[in-house]
Ligand binder design. Sequence first.
Ligand SMILES: [Zn+2]
Length: 141
Amino acid sequence: MTKPSETAPELTTEQYRVLRQHGTERPGTSPLNHEKRAGVYHCAGCGQALFESNTKFDSGSGWPSFFAPMPGGVGTQTDHGHFMTRVEVHCAKCGGHLGHVFPDGPRPTGQRYCINGVALTFAPNAATSAATSAATTRAAE
Ligand SMILES: [Zn+2]
């Protein structure tokens, strides 16, 4: 019996298909589309911190979207494989495919990182959510 290494979490079939084979999940299928809590989105392949919740926005595309990655979190590569040139986005640490970036995002960057939710794991910021629920409790009184 071999134990999987700590640094290489086991991937589901869908995660493997997206991260390692440049797949695309069906739009609207990721629960992260509706994730509104404060926290950090990590690579599902290696745990690298990629995006912060304060850069997430609702693009209406059906995929989690961000206007900026965390510094050093992701790498990009021009993809000429389709009718138009697209810029592929991948994890800077393990090279796992995440999605694409388009130049039609909101300010301040004007970028839209269109990311497969299955390639991400979300870690809510415990301190912030506790503070938020405390504030909500106070407001309700
Ligand atoms: Zn990674």
